[in-house]
Design a binder for this molecule. Sequence first.
Ligand SMILES: *Cc1c(COP(=O)(O)O)cnc(C)c1O
Length: 380
Amino acid sequence: MNEPPPHSPEIPSPLAYTDSVLTIDLDAIVANWRLLRTRAHGAEVAAVVKANGYGLGAAEVAHKLASAGCNLFFVAHIDEGLSLRRSFAGRPFAPEIAVLNGLPPGTEALFLEHRLTPVLNDDDAVRRWLGAAPMPHPASAILHVDSGINRLGMSLSSLRELAADEGFAAYPWRALMSHLACPETPAHEQNARQLALFRDAQSLLPGVPASLAASSGIFLGADYAFDLVRPGAALYGVNPLSTGPNPMRPVVALSARILQVRDVDRGMAVGYGAAHSMASSGRIATISLGYADGFPRSAGLVGAMSIGGFEAPVIGRISMDLITLDVSQIPQSVAVQGAMVDVLGAHRSVDDLARDSGTIGYEILTGIGDRYTRVYRGQA
Ligand SMILES: *Cc1c(COP(=O)(O)O)cnc(C)c1O
């Protein structure tokens, strides 16, 4: 995010009047990166910052992690790579930036000029890259072999044909990578199948650093670590384990302001569709947050927020910019107009909200958008 503009004393800082605040703890992201390093069996730990750093700010995250020693960042799109590269101008680090979604025809010079590392997903991309950055002036590129997710990447037979060529085999590839389909289910037989296929691929290119694991894959053990791991979600506090407590530190906290408090009688309906009817008289607080802020509409009628440590159940449907809470059981002095409500934080994690709305933490984070006033802790 940009620095807020300087303002005169009469104009309050956004934090004084804003209706919603997203706090992103960059120190926690670094702690998570370091924890993953201790679990990576000596492999290099890159950081995936695609989709604007899973919604949390690719530049802020990457600058912080670069200052902690991370040298390789993955984005999905070229434009994400270009803007991340620009964001490092004038900074003491110039890390590698790899583009997962590949090398579209005609972009070879762009990659070279901005020192972006393409992930080459098919043999055509490989040939174009070897034409654009031939020996003895090779440039950084990553080979992607599909090992069973059937999404992106060249087949093993394609790689075998390529590897038969001496020039290809001698090229200093930055890495050979593949991606697991089921890493959050350690017992899934597809993990072992993909591992075996990836080992076959690796044997075609001895000496090239190999990379198979993302967040959950790191927790599958030493066999899956290879030379380089590519975590994203776990850095941002999402639980990489499908069972068991989350080993990662929470990164985001979200709070929103109470815009109005009203008394309602028994039998009155609240919100769109009159979907909630008051079982008894009480009080409703309406907060400044809605599905346009990435709070899933499917999380209406479930879960609770926290006001000064008191639990306030969500009632009625989630609107675009508003959510209604039942504050009947909360002291009137606490649930007042202007008070901030804790939406995500210690009482409710990103994973909790995901579970309550039938999705995954990844989707909650990437849906966050830029409507909040952002506060970065520990900015580099
Ligand atoms: C998104 C992505 C990652 C990171 O995955 P997480 O589960 O968020 O750690 C790693 N590798 C590839 C190819 C990806 O697409």
